[in-house]
Ligand binder design. Structure first.
Ligand code: ZN
Length: 498
């Protein structure tokens, strides 16, 4: 019997675990077995690898072939194990192809022996680096993505024939040309495009400064989507660690990272008709990240929020609390990060014409109430700012509006104040401060207005904490050390949408 080994990575969420691929070839009747908790895409690897090896001059061995992926307890999914399987088999059959030592392999093979791009390469290479591996073999088309991990020696191969050259000591493919990207941080979006709407713009600025969740309601065409789309342009760029984490999630979703790491807070806006799995994350056997994870460290915008199925809206509750989403499937439970800033938008009624002058709304009061109630209380209670967006008046149409850069500067100053105050508690934003710290550790403003609202049943206990957090953000934006009566009143009005 002959055996040979190669290594790759199995991903569990965005974490990776080293997997050893062993190939054994023994005399006997022709039979091939793939063992080690492989999913369907991986079971099909056998057929792919057989054809690909044949196309690249290595014939499939005659006899009993066993391919084992260990550790055996770990569920393995994806097509990126192809390269390791082909390499182990080739080393088993051919004496001139050595076993690859100290290197991890990623790549899917085509029937003609080409090496194709795979999902989740970046988290795979990050995991390799964490385990002390300094050399990876990846599809040539994804060399840029793999090179985003600092200090990694990246070898690209376009085909199995090229891989055999690399195993014999060859250099591999050269780095592809960088993809041209616009230097503007967020494309062409800028808050200067939104004319008028001073209250809504202010709400957006406060939300950006303190990381608060936001709910815009108002007639269609008032600019709710325009405002939400521009929230990421007010947020500071991601830190290096955050950029790597966010890019890893997007790599898992199959997005190319040729242009480099994602440096700015992402924006994700699923459609109301999207499936629960595409929003929360999911898949038949093992879960892939959904829209809420693609919004991690950025903005999740749900336009026409009442149109989303209640099941979808309620599934946001746990991630809003914990910043992560747990997806259980038959074979594995996967955890993905999902710490996003939520922006909801809704029309005043099902037909949208209720507040538009001159338009005839035919909705009954009952329908209007039912529409608003489609967003459940527990979800609404987690929203910090409720902001009404008025129809645009002509008077504002020609007035020049302040651009994103100027607002982002104020946001950054307010964030700096928060960091200075909160770093000793291990936090950086007002939205993260728990009630206990808010009431016992930080200086407490005169909270009469809040207590009065609670006594009158206009504010829940959770709501009271939210008003306090908002008041801090308003104070941070105006450069005050402690929120005063004005800040508390503004916060209370923002929370209650008045
Ligand atoms: Zn209506």
């Amino acid at each position: 019997m002959k055996t040979a080994k190669a290594r790759s990575i199995a991903l569990v969420g965005i974490e990776g675990i080293c997997v050893q691929v062993e190939a054994a070839w023994a005399d006997g009747l022709p039979h091939t077995e793939l063992v080690g908790l492989a999913d369907i895409s991986l079971k099909e690897a056998q057929a792919r690898c057989k054809a690909a090896l044949g196309s690249s001059g290595v014939s499939w061995p005659y006899g009993r072939v066993t391919i084992n992926l260990s550790p055996a307890y770990l569920p393995k999914m994806g097509t990126h194990f192809d390269l390791a399987i082909c390499t182990a088999l080739a080393a088993c059959v051919r004496d001139d192809l050595p076993e690859p030592a100290g290197v991890l392999l990623f790549g899917e093979v085509g029937l003609d022996g080409t090496v194709r791009a795979v999902r989740g390469l970046l988290p795979g290479v990050i995991a390799a680096a964490r385990q002390g591996v300094s050399r990876v073999v990846v599809p040539a088309v994804q060399m840029r993505e793999a090179s985003l991990v600092e200090g990694m020696d990246v070898v690209g191969v376009g085909s199995l024939a090229e891989l055999w050259e690399v195993l014999r000591g060859g250099p591999g493919a050269s780095m592809p040309e960088p993809v041209k990207v616009s230097t503007a941080a967020h494309g062409k979006l800028d808050l200067a495009d939104v004319t008028g709407q001073p209250e809504a713009r202010w709400a957006l600025e406060v939300a950006a400064a303190g990381g608060h969740h936001l709910y815009f309601h108002g007639p269609p065409g008032a600019g709710k989507t325009m405002l939400a789309e521009r929230l990421p342009t007010l947020l500071p760029p991601l830190s290096e660690a955050q950029a790597l984490e966010v890019s890893a999630i997007h790599s898992l979703a199959g997005e190319g990272l040729d242009a480099g790491l994602i440096q700015n807070p992402p924006y994700s806006d699923p459609h109301p008709s999207s499936s629960l799995a595409s929003i929360v994350g999911g898949g038949a056997q093992v879960a892939t990240p959904g829209a809420i994870s693609l919004a991690h460290r950025g903005v999740l915008f749900l336009d026409e929020a009442p149109e989303f199925p209640p099941k979808v809206l309620d599934s946001l509750r746990a991630p809003l609390e914990s910043g992560r989403v747990v997806i259980s499937r038959q074979r594995a439970t996967t955890v993905y990060p999902a710490r996003f800033q939520l922006v909801l938008a809704a029309n005043p009624c099902p037909c949208g014409k209720l507040e538009t002058r001159g338009a005839a709304c035919k909705c009954t009061p009952q329908q209007v109430r039912k529409y608003a109630n489609r967003i459940s209380g527990p979800v609404l209670d987690r929203i910090d700012i409720h902001q009404h967006v008025r129809p645009l008046s002509k008077a504002f149409a020609c007035e020049p509006a302040e651009g994103s850069a100027a607002v982002a500067q104020r946001v950054e100053m307010a964030r700096e104040r928060q960091r200075a105050r909160l770093s000793k508690f291990g936090m950086s934003m007002n939205c993260e401060v728990p009630g206990r710290v808010l009431r016992k550790e930080l200086p407490l403003p005169d909270v009469d207005v809040i207590e009065q609202a609670v006594r009158m049943g206009r504010l829940s206990a959770r709501g009271a904490d939210k008003v306090l957090r908002l008041a801090w953000t308003v104070a941070d934006l105006s450069g005050q050390d402690v929120p005063g009566e004005d800040e508390l009143n503004i916060a209370l009005a923002m929370r209650q949408g008045s």
